[in-house]
Design a protein around this ligand. Structure first.
Ligand code: UDP
Length: 338
């Protein structure tokens, strides 16, 4: 079956493409390369032995979408293509609304025209804000968004609830990290990384002088923030499980939501120590000020996704760090060759 994967060369998209191929699906990728690189396509080929169909382009391009839907018999869409930097979204809100919200609307219009009624959507635990209950279940209330980025995820979920001809599954990701264990694909942050794990690997590699921990006076056991880190390959397999549910018609409602995390919380200091244990490489760090907008602690209640999709994460925090580090070293080897 042909599955359209928007943003299929991005961090989560590319790992999901690998899992789709391994599950016997044929991904058709559309990606505008705004935050990804064509070399990832070769990485996918090196892992799977097959090269997925790729279109360089934008989901806001209706003519391109039409030509793809006409050329392929698309059974479902997995929609990753979106901007994702919280800070940048404050600087460029209209770009975020146009790309993330406009992109979904454009995609849904094409899907409707070509009778494609199944969608897996990339959402985020950011919709819960600072949660009242931990672990966070899907019943947790949605909080007012603290950035235009967060607002786009909420708006997209609202749109999907209104579009009742489309069977959609919103996967609310916690913190995806790591890389494929082959080190053929992984995350390619643009410029200085905003996220913790790419910053750790770049610091360990000597690209950054030291990591700044954003606050150590939070009401947590060691004073640093707690997040739920999930291996990107576990996250990828959650997409396949969700897609299987849709395509078998097993979904109970046209709109369903699942939290996708490991179900465990790790503090910033625990992540640094896990990295050091897994790799034997030290990460120089210092304690800095809190980052505005950071929630204190959040991790997922994974009961619903485990019961409903039969999906469970299998990779622990040290494996996430070891794979992230292997990928960082590979990036550097590739740069030396070029
Ligand atoms: N963090 C940090 N230093 C950094 C980047 C992140 O201390 O250079 C912390 C951040 O405050 C948060 C955690 O690491 O507690 C995860 O941050 P990230 O931006 O990766 O994810 P998010 O905050 O969006 O969950």
């Amino acid at each position: 079956m042909d599955i359209l994967v928007t943003g299929g060369l991005g961090f989560i998209g590319s790992h999901t493409v690998v899992s789709l191929i391994e599950a016997g699906y044929r991904p058709v990728i559309i990606d505008n390369l705004s935050n990804s690189d064509l070399s990832i396509l070769q990485g996918i080929e090196a892992i799977t032995g097959s090269s997925p169909v790729f279109f360089k382009g934008d989901v806001n391009d209706q003519a391109l979408l039409s030509s793809i839907f006409e050329q392929f018999k698309i059974s479902a869409v997995i929609h990753f293509a979106a901007f994702k930097a919280v800070g940048e979204s404050v600087q460029k809100p209209l770009d975020y609304y146009q790309n993330n919200v406009g992109g979904l609307v454009s995609l849904l219009k094409s899907m409707k025209r070509y009778n494609v009624h199944h969608l897996v959507f990339s959402s985020s635990c950011t919709v819960y804000g600072e949660p009242e209950h931990i672990p966070v279940s899907e019943h947790e209330s949605i909080k007012p968004a603290s950035s235009p980025y967060g607002a786009t995820k909420q708006m997209c979920e609202t749109i999907l609830q209104d579009v009742n001809w489309c069977h959609s599954q919103c996967l609310r990701y916690f913190n995806p990290v790591g890389a494929h264990s082959s080190a053929h694909i992984g995350e390619l942050p643009l410029g200085v990384p905003n996220n913790l794990v790419p910053f750790i690997t770049q610091t360990a590699a000597g690209i950054r002088k030291e990591l700044v921990i954003f606050g150590s006076d939070y009401p947590t056991p060691d004073g640093t923030n707690i997040r739920d880190y999930i291996h990107v390959m576990d996250l990828a397999s959650a997409h396949v499980a969700s897609l299987n549910r849709l395509l078998k018609g097993e979904n109970k409602h046209y709109f369903e939501v699942f939290n996708i995390g490991s179900g465990k919380g790790n503090s910033v200091l625990e992540v640094i120590h896990a990295f050091e244990n897994a790799t034997g490489v030290k990460v120089p760090y210092k304690i800095g000020d809190r980052r505005i907008g950071d929630v204190v602690q959040v991790w997922a209640d994974t009961a619903k996704v485990t019961e409903t999709l039969g999906w469970k994460p299998s990779r622990g925090i040290e494996e996430m760090m070891a794979d992230a580090w292997r990928w960082q070293q590979q990036i550097q080897r590739n740069q030396e060759l070029n």
